[in-house]
Design a protein around this ligand. Structure first.
Ligand SMILES: [Zn+2]
Length: 270
């Protein structure tokens, strides 16, 4: 590391410390944010404090924009930021360096999708989209689904879209984010593929899969959906696909199952 980058990081850290002094979220308002997101309930006091600091910096460094008539207030901005930052609680906020801005629409929106097959035949179809993450572009969310976070339900739009951003960090949206030392990309791919194939098989048989079969769509959706399950219903992921659980635990450096029994008491634990 050269002297320049050392001073750059030093300057950045000093700026972040100043931010934390000036823009700290008042305690009562911070509690309200945590209360509004069930996935944050099991966090320890120390984790809540560290999450607060990440949220303050994240909000200062990212542009949020309400679209289609959405008026973004502090509460909604913080609710989105807090859940996004849960992903990087044990990583580095720089993992979101590819998040340009966060656009928030009132509800899911329709878009025309353009498909081109191997013979160059183009077809178009309508897809109902809940959110999107563009490589080096914005994260797009909608208020309805951001607020639809039921206790113990393995769905969370914010975690989903920001997981796509982590996946894209190396330029490819292929379900394999840049892995830390100790995690092997081939093993990672094999474990996720096995889970996706199992979900697809169960759906074909007409079973009701315990995890959203959208995970089976492709590698990228597999990583995003199973990340949602990992944080929101860890007992479910551990029971169904323990190898994927172990991979995500090593990647995020968090163990939601061990975090707090309170989470296990919530909702649909078998
Ligand atoms: Zn997705």
């Amino acid at each position: 590391m050269g002297a320049f980058s050392h001073w750059w990081i030093f300057g950045r850290e000093a700026r972040r410390r100043r931010l934390l002094r000036r823009r700290a979220i008042p305690a009562a308002e911070w509690s309200a944010v945590l209360d509004a997101a069930p996935v944050l309930w099991p966090l320890s006091a120390d984790e809540r404090r560290r999450l607060h600091d990440l949220v303050v910096v994240f909000l200062a460094e990212r542009e949020f924009e309400g679209c289609g008539g959405v008026v973004l207030d502090d509460r909604l901005r913080r609710l989105i930021a807090a859940q996004a930052c849960l992903l990087v609680l044990e990583l580095d906020l720089d993992a979101f360096r590819n998040v340009g801005s966060v656009l928030v629409y009132p509800r899911g929106y329709r878009t025309r999708r353009h498909h081109e097959d191997e013979f160059g035949i183009v077809s178009e179809g309508d897809d109902e989209l809940l959110g999107e993450a563009w490589n080096d572009g914005p994260v797009i969310l909608n208020v309805e689904d951001v607020l639809d976070v039921a206790e113990g339900e393995p769905f969370n739009l914010v975690l989903h879209e920001f997981a796509h951003k982590l996946d894209m960090l190396d330029g490819d949206e292929d379900g394999v984010p840049p892995l830390p030392r100790g995690l092997d990309a081939d093993t990672w791919r094999r474990d996720f593929a096995a889970a996706r194939e199992d979900l697809a098989r169960r759906e074909r048989r007409g079973e009701e899969p315990p995890i959203d079969p959208y995970a089976a769509e492709d590698e990228a959706e597999g990583f995003a959906v199973l990340t949602e399950t990992f944080f929101c219903a860890p007992w479910l992921l551990e029971a169904e696909y323990p190898r994927v659980y172990a991979q995500l635990r090593a990647f995020y450096r968090q163990d939601p199952l061990a975090r707090d029994d309170a989470l296990a008491e919530i909702g649909s634990r078998p």
